[in-house]
Design a protein around this ligand. Structure first.
Ligand code: NAD
Length: 311
């Protein structure tokens, strides 16, 4: 029996609508809507799409959302000046600096700029204060993608207590905070990465498997325990007929889409995993929409905490 589809698009819509009374409460108390500022530096086509979605979602749900652009040639100091202005702006509750920053800003630019964001406005949850608070299970703004995955697991009532959860990927943005959120739900958590030995064998012991790697179709059916829940975080653009052919059989919808458009979006999980897993998030339509919904949720949460509304 094919895996149950965990519909991120549908959950994201429900979650966004549940936020509307909270947006209204912020408006009542502050006399203004929750405010989101997005900083986009340089020209990076995927970032343009992500930023557009975040701004449109926040605006559609009653928030004040502004985009601040910096040119590709901007220095890290210019980015820092902008972040400090936004920190001081009382109408802004959430600040999001879109990654990646232009290479010209230097290798340590992201940590410098992310560290400059006021932790109470850090809706990406990247600031060391929020990371530390998450680790200690205290009130924290948590990175949107793992928060979206955890929210999906909660809403779908996937059992986690005492279960083995395996996270593939140890990035600060996804893998590590995901592992913490699973740990806080009483799962026994294993974090795997590029140096892990015998990855498929470890993954096969997982009741819940989260793939956040960035390699199309990397997780094949031999990684998956029959009936396991699989969360596919990866978003990869497949652009060659060889890669598309290795992932999708002829006449399947994705293969047809590739043949029509010359590219297709694929997760880190191979489509054949649907024959083994008990439940699986699709790509697109799984984790992606939940990430955007969590940008809105974190903006509202940051506004509430800053106003003392939701302690
Ligand atoms: P990253 O490159 O920072 O981290 C990738 C991780 O995968 C690393 O920790 C690495 O150790 C691990 N890895 C790489 N090769 C491996 C291998 N052969 N075996 C085992 N582990 C391996 O990436 P990231 O920012 O964590 O993102 C991961 C994926 O999630 C990407 O496809 C990204 O586009 C996607 N993503 C999606 C969303 C969303 O909203 N759906 C948000 C963020 C990231």
């Amino acid at each position: 029996m094919p895996a149950r589809r965990l519909d991120g698009t549908a959950w994201a819509e429900r979650l966004r609508h549940k936020l509307e009374p909270r947006v209204a409460a912020v408006r009542r108390h502050a006399g203004r809507p929750p405010g989101l500022a997005v900083v986009l530096a340089g020209t990076h086509p995927p970032s343009e799409i992500y930023v557009r979605n975040k701004i449109a979602t926040a605006t559609a749900h009653g928030c004040h959302a502004v985009l601040h652009r910096l040119p590709e040639t901007a220095s890290v100091d210019e980015a820092l000046v902008l972040v400090r202005q936004l920190n001081a702006d009382d109408t802004i509750d959430g600040i999001l600096v879109q990654s990646p920053l232009p290479a010209g800003m230097g290798t340590d630019a992201e940590s410098r700029v992310f560290d400059a964001v006021d932790p109470s406005k850090d809706i990406d949850g990247f600031h060391p204060v929020n990371v530390g608070r998450l680790v200690q299970k205290r009130q924290a703004l948590v990175a949107c993608t793992p928060l979206g995955c955890a929210t999906l697991l909660d809403r779908e009532e996937i059992p986690l207590r005492g279960r083995h959860a395996v996270v593939i990927g140890r990035s600060d943005i996804v893998g590590k905070p995901m592992a913490m959120l699973l740990l806080h739900r009483n799962a026994t958590v294993t974090i795997c990465h590029s140096r892990t030995v015998d990855l498929p064998a470890i993954c096969r012991t997982a009741d819940v498997l989260v793939a956040a790697i960035g390699r199309p179709g990397f997780v094949t059916p031999d990684f998956v325990k029959p009936g396991a829940t699989v969360i596919d975080v990866g978003i990869n653009r497949v652009e060659t007929p060889e890669a598309a052919g290795a992932l999708f059989a002829p006449n399947t919808p994705k293969r047809t889409q590739f043949e029509a458009k010359g590219h297709v979006l694929v997760g880190d999980v191979h489509p054949d995993v649907a024959d083994v897993a008990g439940a699986l998030t699709p790509v697109p339509g799984g984790v992606g929409p939940l990430t955007i919904a969590m940008v809105l949720a974190n903006t509202v949460t940051a506004a509430e905490w800053r106003l003392g509304l939701h302690l």
